[in-house]
Design a binder for this molecule. Sequence first.
Ligand SMILES: NC(=O)C1=CN([C@@H]2O[C@H](COP(=O)(O)OP(=O)(O)OC[C@H]3O[C@@H](n4cnc5c(N)ncnc54)[C@H](OP(=O)(O)O)[C@@H]3O)[C@@H](O)[C@H]2O)C=CC1
Ligand SMILES: O=C1CO[C@H](CO)[C@@H](O)[C@@H]1O
Length: 324
Amino acid sequence: MPALRPAPTVALNDGTRIPVIGLGTYMGNPLGRRLESDVGQVEQAVLDAIDIGYRHVDGALLYQNEEEVGRAVRAKIAQGVIKREDMFICTKLWNNSHHPDAVESTCRKSLSNLGLDYVDLYLMHWPVAFRDGDDLKPLGPDGKVLFSHVDILDTWRAMEQLVRKGLTRSIGVSNFNERQLRRLMDHCSIRPVVNQVECHPYLSQAPLLALCQQLGVRVVAYSPFGSPESDWSLGKVDRLLDDPTIAEVGRRHGKTPGQVILRSLVQRGAIPIPKSVTKSRIRENFDIFDFELSAQDMATLEALNKNRRMCPFLEGLGHPEYPF
Ligand SMILES: NC(=O)C1=CN([C@@H]2O[C@H](COP(=O)(O)OP(=O)(O)OC[C@H]3O[C@@H](n4cnc5c(N)ncnc54)[C@H](OP(=O)(O)O)[C@@H]3O)[C@@H](O)[C@H]2O)C=CC1
Ligand SMILES: O=C1CO[C@H](CO)[C@@H](O)[C@@H]1O
C-alpha cells in the first residue's frame, strides 16, 4: 500500500511545528508494569506508522518502550525513508523525577533509551510528584503511592534548562487543570507549548480547550478512543467506538467511527495521538484528511459529551496537586 500524504503541521507558541496527528505508544498496562507479550509490538507499530506517513510519535519513560520507539525511528533514518528533522518525537518526565536535581538526568535517560540526542517535546507527565527514586510507583506500607511535594514551578524551571541545553526543542505539560496551567503561565520564562489531556466525544473538555486557545497552548488529545483496553478504563460499559451516533455520522462520510472521532478532534484544533499496534488501524487512523465534518456533524458529536473520564489517575488521589 502506498504511503498516505503527510499530515498537516501547526505552529507551536515557540515557533516550532507539530504534525496534527501522532501515534500513541502506551500498551495499556498497569502503571509501570510491562508485559512480556508486548515486547516488539511498539517497534513494529512505529516502523509501520512511518511507512504510512506518520511523523509524530508520543512516548513516555513510564511506557518502558522508548528503546523500541528509538530503534524504529533510527532504522527508518538509516533506510533513508526519513531524516531526523522530519520526525516529531515526544516523551515525558515521570512523577518520580520531579525534584529539580533529577530532571536533567531523567531526560538524558530517555534520550539514551531512544538513542537520540534531542527530543522535539518533553512533557511533565502529571502535576503530581511521587517520591523521588527509581521506582515508578513507590508504595508505602499501606499500599498507597508515596508522594513528595516539589512545587510544579521548580520542576518547570529545571525543564526550561533542558531547552537551553538543547536536549529538547520544546517543553509542555500533561494533565494540568486550568488553575495549574494559569499559574505556570504566570511564572514561567519558557511557556508550555502544549497541555496533553484526555479528550474525546465523551469528555469534550470544552472549557479547557477554550482556555488553552486563549493562552496560546495547543491541546494534545490522549485516549481519543477512550482507551478501550486499559486496565483503568471505565469505558467498558459503553464503548466510544461502538457509539451508534458516531457510527451514523461516519456512514454519511464513508468513514469509520474512529476516523470520525479523530477528524472531529483535529477540527476542534486538538492533536489526537491514537494508539494502535495493528497496521490496518494505524493506517485507518491516519486516513482522515480527505473529508470534512459539517457544523451540524460537529454539534451532533459535541452533544455526546458526558464529562466521562476514562483515565482518572486514582494513584494521585489525595495529593494537593491532583488535577481532577
Ligand atoms: N499523558 C497521559 O497521561 C496519557 C497519555 N496517553 C497517550 O495517548 C495515547 C493514546 O491513548 P490510549 O490510552 O492508548 O488509548 P486510545 O484511545 O488511543 O485507544 C487505543 C486502543 O484502541 C484500539 N484501536 C486503535 N485504533 C482503532 C481503530 N481504528 N478501531 C478500533 N480500535 C482501535 C487499540 O487497539 P490495537 O492497538 O490492538 O490496534 C487500543 O486498544 C497513548 O498510547 C499514550 O501515548 C494515554 C493515556 C494517558
Ligand atoms: O500515560 C499514562 C498511561 O497510563 C497510566 C496509567 O497506568 C497513566 O497514569 C499515564 O498518564
